[in-house]
Design a protein around this ligand. Structure first.
Ligand SMILES: NC(=O)c1ccc[n+]([C@@H]2O[C@H](COP(=O)([O-])OP(=O)(O)OC[C@H]3O[C@@H](n4cnc5c(N)ncnc54)[C@H](O)[C@@H]3O)[C@@H](O)[C@H]2O)c1
Ligand SMILES: *[C@@H]1O[C@H](CO)[C@@H](O)[C@H](O)[C@H]1NC(C)=O
Length: 434
């Protein structure tokens, strides 16, 4: 019954019918049109238009069938959710982790589960990078008793169902379209996940009873063209250099509005280039490792004036401690029934490492750990959104979260390389999924 209704909504008119009518009309005009060569051009245009509409119809059918197969609900499903959300320690918390099959989400979920908190994951397993890596992370989580729901943060019905099933005390919102350069190719995916998805999630949080406290991932990229170092939370963030950065900045303002109107407790964490085992294949340290092992060249970008690019690389375990500390220090939300009873907490913290490393130094460390030389192409950084350097001032997180990163890039990359070789193997042919 439900399927019927949805199908009707998705296919308001029968596309086949429209096409047939178009063909009849076309037949009647066939002779007249072909009589003149100048109308050949019009025919070519019509052909292109028909092909394009056919192709877009195909991709539409594709998405909707994926929607129907990614099913949720039912008694068995609810039982899995409740078991995963079960708290196993005194004063434990129950956390909905969005983006749980992602890099940071997997590690945060594991850390929470290990200390006895309840964790339910949510992830849409999109193909921005190799989904099989996301599936492998999901399997890892399952082996620790964490269930990851396959669904989108834009699915308001699913979110309402999750909050109906479990009275989550916290939401760790990590689902997002990440990556700076991909916004050139697919800008809509950033609006979909980082703006629309965030609003849908906050709507669900504000309506939930009780309201959860929300901790979410912003990004160091909000500092944009800021060149005062180290980057402090007091610095301006109104000059983003990429659409990704702009959507994260929008997120900081959107969360502020939900905090102000509905009393949601909000903590935004500005991560600085997080790396480590189970990391993201689209990031430089990961693709450099893959290419070095395969004997393929890597491209090392430099700044306009020939300076080396630098990043404040932050090891995943340090970031996880910061995330968990943010959850533990988050005050309760203060709203219910669509309005707040009193002002709620609103915080923003840098989570970085405070010791930037240049990209050539990063390559040097990888070469030592892999015992192989990189074939380097040096090129000027294209102006597509990357900033020349990042450097975090973490004194606020240190004071208020007890955040204290302890892993330097040398040590962290050693752990990453160890994981990479055990996951992809030593073979030169594998590990080139993305
Ligand atoms: N890794 C970093 O260096 C870094 C730096 C700054 C900020 N961040 C932010 O931290 C968060 C986690 O990053 P990550 O490195 O783990 O990235 P990731 O891509 O590995 O994880 C994000 C996960 O969210 C999922 N997702 C995306 N859109 C979704 C949607 N609409 N609905 C449901 N799930 C969706 C993806 O499938 C993915 O598994 C992101 O918000 C990212 O923007 C990361
Ligand atoms: C670091 O940031 C804090 C605010 O979070 C600020 O008070 C302090 O002056 C900053 N330190 C430096 C060296 O910029």
């Amino acid at each position: 019954m439900m399927m019927r209704v949805l199908e009707d909504e998705l296919f308001p008119s029968t596309p086949g019918k429209v096409k047939i009518e178009r063909t009849h009309a076309a037949n009647r005009q066939l002779h007249r049109c072909f009589a003149s060569t100048s109308t050949l051009f019009l025919w070519a245009l019509l052909l292109i238009a028909l092909t394009a509409s056919y192709l877009s119809f195909q991709s539409f059918v594709d998405t909707s069938s994926r929607y129907f197969t990614a099913s949720w609900g039912g008694l068995h499903w609810e039982r899995q959710i409740r078991a995963s959300a079960a708290v196993r320690r005194e004063d434990g918390i129950a956390v909905l982790v969005t983006g749980a099959a992602g890099f940071v989400g997997t590690h945060v979920s594991l850390a929470l589960r290990r200390r006895g908190d309840g964790v339910v994951g949510l992830d849409n397993f999109n193909a921005y990078y190799d989904p099989s890596l996301k599936k492998a992370r999901k399997a890892l989580l399952a082996s620790h008793g964490v269930f990851v729901v396959e669904g989108d943060v834009n699915d308001a019905r699913l979110l309402a169902k999750l909050f109906d099933t479990v009275p989550f005390t916290h939401v760790m919102h990590l689902a997002a379209q990440a990556g700076v350069r991909y916004a050139i190719e697919n800008p809509a995916s950033y609006v979909h996940s980082n703006v629309a998805g965030l609003v849908t999630l906050l709507e669900a949080c504000k309506s939930a009873d009780p309201q959860p406290s929300v901790v979410w991932a912003s990004s160091s990229s909000v500092y944009g063209l800021n060149d005062k170092v180290p980057f402090s939370e007091l610095d301006g963030t109104d000059r983003p250099a990429s659409l990704y950065a702009a959507t994260k900045k929008a997120g900081e303002e959107i969360t502020h509005c939900y905090n102000h109107i509905y009393g949601l407790s909000i903590t935004g964490l500005r991560f600085f280039t997080v790396y480590g085992p189970w990391g993201r294949p689209d990031m430089a340290y990961f693709s450099f490792t893959r290419n070095i092992l395969q004997g393929k060249p890597i491209t090392v970008f430099r700044g306009r004036d020939g300076t080396d690019l630098a990043r404040d690389f932050t090891y995943i375990d340090d970031v996880v401690k910061g995330c968990v500390a943010a959850l533990d220090t988050a005050e309760a939300s203060t709203g219910s029934g669509g309005r707040k009873r009193s002002p709620a907490q609103y915080r923003i913290y840098n989570l970085g490492n405070t010791s930037p490393v240049t990209v050539p130094a990063l390559v040097g460390i990888l070469e030592r750990h892999l015992k192989m030389k990189a074939k380097k192409n040096v090129a000027e950084m294209p102006g597509n959104g990357d900033v020349p350097f990042t450097h975090a001032n973490i004194s606020l997180a240190r004071a208020e979260l007890g955040y204290k990163p302890t892993t330097n890039l040398e040590t962290g990359l050693k752990k990453f390389v160890k994981w990479y070789l055990s996951y992809y193997g030593y073979s030169r042919r594998v590990g080139n999924k993305s």
